[in-house]
Design a protein around this ligand. Structure first.
Ligand code: HDE
Length: 752
């Protein structure tokens, strides 16, 4: 073994540096040597090779596989070394004075290993700590040069690399994915003209109107400070205390209590930029814009009972879903749409476009599709990429500018500021995942963990010793839109901000009956968890202003009288342009009705009819579903007809909430055996209760019967989500099952 190690060490010495791209960073393979005075023209080899991001250009644009190559380390076939590149002879034992003697301080190998380990953790994000991310690209449908000079929109077919991170807001880094919460939807575009971060959410409005209230909002929703309870949940006193005292939260509360708060998958939710932004074209003309991401798979949600149970069954449910889909080549895709409007239009609206608690109904300003985003590569390393990525609303590029939304103003400050603590200094832009593709040249210097090695003695501007470089770009660079302003310096809000209920009502009245029932259920659950009745009462008084009918139903569920309506801040609001907007319902985006990537469970046990299972499994596989064969134990199942069937999961390790649909097998021996397991009945009743599609093959009808479902069927109210098929109707049965499962759920059962 020692001889082998010695050979490996020799091979190491003879080989390239362990990170082959490292040499490029020092300009070695470009044969660049430092020169005196450094008076090169901008963009000469020397000037550009002196920045870290320059090496990223070739790396990131070198196609998917080459992306971030500069920083990648692959240890395959390599010898183990210390951080100093010294080969380690023994990675099992510390250095001791005698085999039973004390470990020596001299053991720099042990000390380096332990010291590094001791410092592995960095602070988690104060909000959005729990997240999952992926690489991909944005492709423009058409040129938008008349609207904006932003690089991603300059020509049809233009590709811009992106990195996208989805997140929950309130929970800590290891918290559950299926908590009721807003979801973050943050997109980093590595454009030719620098990084643009569109840091949005899956809900188009926000709880508060002014950044001044953000620390209060977050302190209220986070676990209560005295006992650290509860984790990743808003169902507690402090959140609702704050919400009930701040009626501006009402509109967003409606969205979070709706099914938007418990998405089925990150791949099946919308994204919104929330604030009004500006687009600015090359002539310096500007229009307002709101950004919308629409998922190709449609918008789908969990039901609450399911979300609670998934939290136990697979707390990484959304992370796993995103990862698995991308690994399987099922790349999630969103369309980017813009609502573009002028300042004059904005002035005419019944609400203020600078108020992040308001949206612009699509009836007033339609959403124009301008491109698509595809996520097609999982990160190589969770920490290096997903954890260290630093999104900042301040990261805009020429062609994109801010509005005066006072919430956005606070964000422009907050994100850069928070990264300095979280990532340990002002050089977080040099971390590979954050470094832009566009070259970086400036006189910002030094600081903790500086990576770039700027050459020459000039670090100021103006200068003559550096030939005046780097020089300012003038009109070719970022020029803030010269918005004319007037007014006194003061603290306050425009009057339209004080209308806290009109759009909350618009949202409610735009929902289907089922969605309304779920909103009521959401409020009922959350408010039922409060320990201070006065908060419950105050919140209900506020909700009366949204819909007296809704508030009455919530009150009923809480065993309370309906209180008087809370006095409104604005007694007389401007009448809204629309009182219903169908696009606000999740039903507006059903998807294509297919079942690609949907998870289907087939229950089996010894004695089932194998051929029918194999046939259904093949049909589901052809439709793109992910099938699990679930039995009391793993391994081969002995089928009644000798067909080979292998269990890939167990009743114990895969509870029903992890599946979108269920197939029950034929073969009376197998069915009887399955019926003997408590989990089987739970499987059937849970799938039924959560509105899932169930296909019962032949003898499996007995399982429906046992679960009380056959009775429901016999009652004359046909259920489109329960299908029966025999050996001779297998093809039709499978086709019907696929079509029914493509509807996602059969919620009529909820009233059973
Ligand atoms: Fe954030 N938010 N936020 N936020 N936010 C952060 O930045 C903040 C707001 C959003 O995946 C923090 O890097 C303030 C609205 C996302 O890394 C922090 C205000 C929207 C993410 C911060 C808001 C968001 C964050 C914490 C009100 C939707 C996760 C860590 C003035 C449009 C990004 C970090 C990721 C993260 C501040 C309100 C979305 C503290 C002060 C509105 C998706 O800087």
């Amino acid at each position: 073994a020692l001889a082998q190690q010695a050979t490996a060490v020799e091979a190491l010495a003879a080989s390239m540096p362990y990170n082959a791209n490292k040499s490029k960073e020092f300009g070695r393979d470009n044969a660049i040597s430092p020169s005196a005075g450094q008076t090169q023209e901008p963009n000469s080899d020397l000037a550009s090779a002196s920045t870290l991001s320059e090496t990223n250009i070739s790396a990131k644009t070198g196609g998917d596989a080459a992306s971030l190559d500069r920083a990648r380390v692959d240890s395959a076939g390599e010898v183990l070394t210390t951080n100093q590149g010294v080969a380690v002879g023994d990675n099992q034992n510390s250095l001791k004075a005698g085999l039973r003697g004390p470990t020596l301080l001299e053991d720099f190998i042990l000390r380096e290993k332990i010291t590094h380990f001791d410092h592995e953790r960095i602070p988690e994000r104060i909000v959005h700590a729990r997240g999952s991310a992926a690489h991909g690209y944005f492709e423009a449908y058409q040129s938008l040069t008349d609207l904006t000079r932003a690089a991603p929109f300059q020509e049809a077919g233009k590709i811009t690399p992106v990195f996208v991170r989805f997140s929950t807001v309130a929970g800590e880094r290891g918290s559950v994915d299926t908590a009721r919460d807003v979801r973050g939807f943050a997109v980093k575009f590595y454009t030719d003209e620098g990084n643009w971060d569109l840091v949005g959410n899956n809900i188009p409005v926000f709880f508060i109107q002014d950044a001044m209230k953000f620390p209060d909002l977050i302190h209220a929703v986070k676990p209560e400070p005295h006992n650290g309870l509860p984790q990743a949940a808003s169902a507690h006193d402090t959140f609702w205390d704050f919400a009930s005292l701040m009626p501006e939260t009402t509109h967003t509360l409606m969205w979070v209590m709706s099914d938007r708060g418990i998405p089925r998958s990150y791949r099946m939710m919308q994204g919104f930029g929330v604030h009004t932004f500006r687009l600015v074209n090359a002539a310096g003309e500007s229009q307002f814009v709101k950004f919308h991401w629409t998922p190709k798979l449609g918008t789908h949600s969990l039901v609450w009972d399911e979300a609670v149970k998934i939290a136990g069954a697979d707390s990484d449910f959304h992370r796993r879903d995103l990862w698995d889909a991308i690994e399987a080549g099922e790349y999630p895709e969103w369309e980017l749409g813009l609502q573009i409007f002028t300042e004059a239009q904005a002035e005419g609206f019944s609400f203020d476009v600078l108020d992040a608690t308001k949206l612009i109904p699509e009836e007033l300003v339609p959403v124009t599709p301008v491109g698509r985003m595809v996520l097609n590569r999982n990160p190589d390393n969770f920490f290096a990429e997903t954890e260290q990525v630093a999104f900042c609303t301040a990261h805009v590029v020429p062609g994109i500018d801010f509005s005066n939304d006072p919430l956005l103003a606070g964000r422009i400050h907050s994100y850069v500021d928070t990264q300095i603590t979280r990532l340990g200094g002002a050089n977080f832009h040099e971390i590979p995942i954050n470094a832009p593709l566009a070259p970086v040249h400036n006189n910002q210097r030094d600081g903790l963990h500086r990576q770039a090695i700027p050459r020459g003695k000039v670090a100021y501007e103006p200068n003559s010793l550096g030939g005046g470089c780097p020089f300012q770009a003038g009109a070719a660079g970022f020029v803030s839109f010269p918005e004319p302003l007037e007014g006194d310096k003061l603290r306050g809000k425009p009057e339209k901000f004080a209308d806290h209920y009109t759009q909350a009502t618009l949202f409610y009245e735009s929902q289907t009956e089922l969605e309304k029932a779920h909103i009521i259920g959401g409020f009922r659950f959350e408010l039922s968890k409060l320990t201070v009745p006065a908060i419950r009462e105050r919140m209900l008084a506020s909700l009366v202003n949204v819909s007296a009918d809704m508030a009455a139903k919530i009150a009923d569920g809480l065993g309370m009288e309906l209180p008087e309506a809370m006095p409104k801040a604005l007694a007389k609001c401007i009448p809204p342009e629309v009182t219903q907007s169908p696009a606000l319902s999740l039903a507006a985006l059903p998807g294509d009705g297919g079942i690609r990537t949907r998870k289907v469970a087939i229950l089996v046990a010894d004695g089932v009819h194998g051929a029918s299972i194999v046939a259904v499994q093949a049909a589901l596989g052809a439709a793109g579903a992910v099938v699990s064969i679930i039995a009391p134990r793993l391994g081969p199942v002995s089928t009644a007809d000798g067909e080979s069937v292998e269990a890939t999961a167990t009743l114990e390790n895969s509870p029903p909430v992890l599946f979108d649909a269920l197939v029950l097998p034929d073969g009376s021996d197998g069915v009887t055996r399955l019926a003997g397991y408590g989990q089987t009945l739970e499987f059937v009743t849970n799938q039924y209760r959560h509105g899932k599609t169930i296909l019962a093959l032949g003898a499996a009808n007995a399982l429906l019967d046992k679960a009380g479902i056959a009775n429901t069927l016999a009652s004359g109210r046909p259920d489109p989500g329960i299908l029966l098929a025999g050996v001779d109707t297998l093809d039709d049965g499978a086709a019907g099952f696929i079509a029914a499962a493509g509807k996602h759920r059969h919620p009529a059962r909820e009233t059973d």
